[in-house]
Design a protein around this ligand. Structure first.
Ligand code: 6PG
Length: 472
């Protein structure tokens, strides 16, 4: 029997994806650079389904039915290119290579174009949900041609998570669209995690609660509108005690956050597209600040309040968290829409919210609200105008402003909450001081400005103050 799909790269993500496919009745070809891994998988999990192990690339390719579906699960970057170059010469027109790693969408665009020239389909597919998701049902974001999705979609949908009977997998759009959306998913993941961290810090330092008590607060939030995987695991982490010392586990972990790069890519790309994703940017920078041990050492003695418990109420923190979360997601969805317009991807933002409801790291009840918001108006310029979100932002006003003010007063850094509020107020403002910025630019560099009462660009001769002239 030939295999319907093959997986090469059998580290934990690849292995779990292969097992997931086999458990759903698909015959799965297996390949890994070192054969030992392939053998180990068959030995340990061979009973779960039908695997066709291959020792060489040629054997692997020969074991696949045509058109071939070949999933590569290797490290993003050079290793991905190396594996593509190993297999592409062995394939025939119409065959498909699926990259399930966290590739940069620009790499995916380049690879897709190059392989298309050679008659092959290249599908950059974002896969979220970690090890557990890969095995039991991830959220899958495949890009590439519509034709390739016809051949791959049913397979991928069969192994994805489902919510209300709908699979968490949909064709995102051409070439790099899938990996772009996965990247923004990760950027939003960073923002959400940062907001949760700030909420924890405010409850710990601002309300004086112990980690075990905060775990209970998060647990209660998880049965409300904040119901989500990240809130759920936060409660678990905070309830955890270190076996060695008996201390709250969170206290024995070095407070320097690391990152593999997808959040940074999201911000870099947003800057190029001109989309304000301040929530994601603050999250990336907050991780960066935390990691600068010397800088923090140098700053440690600087004057200011030493955080002492104040009058922070958990209910207010919940409101500030929910409001800030709405902002962060609204910004991320705007980035997807901007890229979709820039690259002609025609991404349906509501469909992205739909496939993020299950399987992925940011899965949450909340995403069904976002799905609904785009269902009622697919063209909406911002999620903030959806009735539910507008009302939540309205209800949060006192709490949100109070929490931002209190964090500043107590000396507890809350860049996520504060920047979300600033973004919100900027969108609401009648006038922004950007007018002054424009005047300054014209003053020192003759960069011109536009007027509120006339068309065209103007430049003022600031020495005389009087002369204004249309610049073009
Ligand atoms: C997912 C995760 C996954 C990975 C993150 C971690 O969707 O399953 O996002 O892709 O765990 O990329 O990212 P950092 O190491 O950058 O925090």
């Amino acid at each position: 029997d030939k295999a319907v799909i093959g997986v090469t790269g059998l580290a934990v993500m690849g292995r779990n994806l292969a097992r997931n496919l086999a458990r759903h009745g698909h015959v799965v070809a297996l390949h890994n650079r070192t054969v030992a891994r392939t053998k180990a998988l068959v030995e340990e999990f061979g009973h779960e389904g039908r695997f066709v192990p291959a020792e060489t690339a040629e054997e692997f390719v020969a074991s696949l039915e045509r058109p071939r579906r070949l999933v590569i699960m290797v490290k993003a970057g050079a290793p991905t290119d190396a594996v593509i170059e190993e297999f592409a010469p062995l394939l025939e027109p119409g065959d498909m290579i699926v990259d399930g790693g966290n590739a940069h969408f620009a790499d995916t665009r380049r690879r897709e174009a190059a392989l298309r020239e050679r008659g092959l389909h290249f599908v950059g597919a974002g896969i979220s949900g970690g090890e557990e998701g890969a095995l039991n049902g991830p959220s899958i974001m495949p890009g590439g041609s519509a034709e390739s999705y016809q051949a791959l979609g049913p397979l991928l949908e069969s192994i994805a998570a489902t919510v209300d009977g709908t699979p968490c997998c949909v064709h995102v759009g051409p070439d790099g669209a899938g990996h772009f959306v996965k990247m923004v998913h990760n950027g939003i993941e960073y923002a959400d995690m940062q907001l949760i961290a700030e909420a924890y810090d405010l409850l710990r330092q601002g309300a004086g609660l112990a980690p075990a008590e905060i775990a209970e607060v998060f647990r209660s939030w998880n049965s409300g509108r904040l119901d989500s995987y990240l809130i759920e695991i936060t409660a678990e982490v905070l309830a955890h005690t270190d076996a060695r010392t008996g201390k709250p586990f969170v206290d024995i972990i070095l407070d320097q956050a690391e990152q593999k790069g997808t959040g940074r890519w999201t911000v870099q790309t947003a800057l190029d597209l001109g989309v304000p994703v301040s929530g994601i940017a603050e999250a990336v920078f907050a991780r960066s600040v935390s990691g600068h041990a010397e800088l923090r050492q140098a700053g440690h003695g600087l004057p200011g309040p030493r955080a002492a418990a104040g009058d922070v109420s958990p209910d207010d923190v919940e409101k500030a968290l929910y409001a800030s979360k709405i902002i962060a997601y609204a910004q991320g969805f705007n980035q997807i829409q901007a890229a979709s317009a820039e690259y002609g991807w025609e991404i349906d933002p509501g469909a992205m919210a739909t496939i993020w409801r299950g399987g992925c790291i940011i899965r949450a009840k909340f995403l069904d609200r976002i799905r609904g918001a785009y269902e009622s108006d697919p063209q909406r310029p911002t999620l903030l105008t959806d009735d539910h979100f507008t009302q939540a932002l309205g209800d949060a006003q006192n709490a949100w402003r109070g929490i931002v003010a209190t964090s500043a007063r107590l000396g507890i850094p809350a860049p996520g909450f504060a920047s979300a509020l600033a973004y919100y107020d900027a969108l609401r403002a009648d006038r922004l001081p950007a007018a002054l910025t424009q005047a300054q630019r014209d003053f020192f560099g003759a960069h011109t400005y536009r007027r509120v009462d006339a068309e065209g660009s103007f430049h003022t001769r600031w020495e005389s103050g009087r002369t204004e002239e249309p610049a073009n």
